[in-house]
Design a protein. Structure first.
Length: 253
């Protein structure tokens, strides 16, 4: 595959993508401070296929879309959930599927067995996230049905959300399912509800030519089996069988 033209990149010779390494196993930092996870290995493989280095720039999620729109980075490699609004301001490239899970502290007996049980409780989420929007919308639905509202408490990162949960600042937390299960494996939380708000996780880009190059690389990975191998390695869900990676949405208007 041809190298991406310098004119299409913020920094000629390298694709600059943001990442927030607080969401294992998608992206995280090991004990040595090294970036690990599905999105890190996808970036390495994409770089090889587009003949252009991919530089991962660590930042918190709330600043990512503004950074892309301002031309400080080329895109986002953080597993952001697709939605129509975002697809009109960035070139969105869905490449996998995830849902949301409710977790509670492992040592607390919190009676939450369904999403409806969140009514009248305090729930922690990442700020400016799909999780926050889903939870706020669901709370409005509960109120319309005569139930108590959910107290939505937003924190900067998933790590902060978990810290607030374990400190007793919230009754439960709404996390991406893979993050929730990583915490369950560590014995820190219990997963009480899962499968909420299923949606596609996406990369996102400011320049269509860059997005198209990423799509070609990911499709080639689907075709030769590398894509499935990486998703299986990290226990994550790829797109349904036969569905090829593509730009979804009109992009910046």
């Amino acid at each position: 595959m041809a190298e991406i033209k310098a004119a299409n990149l913020v920094t000629p010779g390298s694709v600059q993508l943001s990442i927030n390494p607080t969401n294992p196993p998608q992206q995280y930092v090991d004990s040595d401070g090294t970036l690990k996870g599905l999105n890190v290995e996808l970036a390495d493989e994409i770089a090889h296929r587009i003949c252009t280095p991919v530089t991962l720039v660590r930042m918190d999620f709330p600043g990512m879309i503004p950074a892309v729109k301002a031309g400080r980075i080329d895109g986002m490699n953080t597993g952001m959930f697709w939605n129509e609004e975002r697809s009109k301001i960035l070139f969105m490239v869905p490449y996998g599927v995830q849902s949301l899970s409710v977790v509670v502290a492992a040592d607390k007996a919190v009676p939450i067995k369904s999403a409806a049980d969140l009514a009248g409780t305090a729930v922690g989420v990442e700020t400016n996230s799909y999780q926050e929007k889903w939870l706020t919308t669901y709370s409005e639905k509960l109120v319309a049905e005569g139930a108590k509202p959910i107290t939505v408490r937003a924190f900067k990162t998933a790590t902060d959300v978990t810290g607030a949960l374990l400190a007793g600042q919230v009754d439960s937390a709404l996390l991406i399912d893979s993050v929730a299960r990583t915490l369950v494996e560590k014995g820190r939380v219990r997963e009480t509800v899962t499968g909420l708000g299923e949606n596609r996780m996406s990369m996102a880009f400011r320049n269509k030519a860059v997005a198209e190059a990423m799509v070609k690389a990911l499709v080639s990975m689907q075709e030769d089996g590398t894509y499935k191998k990486l998703f299986d390695k990290f226990g994550l869900r790829g797109l349904p069988s036969g569905q090829m990676v593509a730009i979804v949405g009109p992009g910046p208007q």
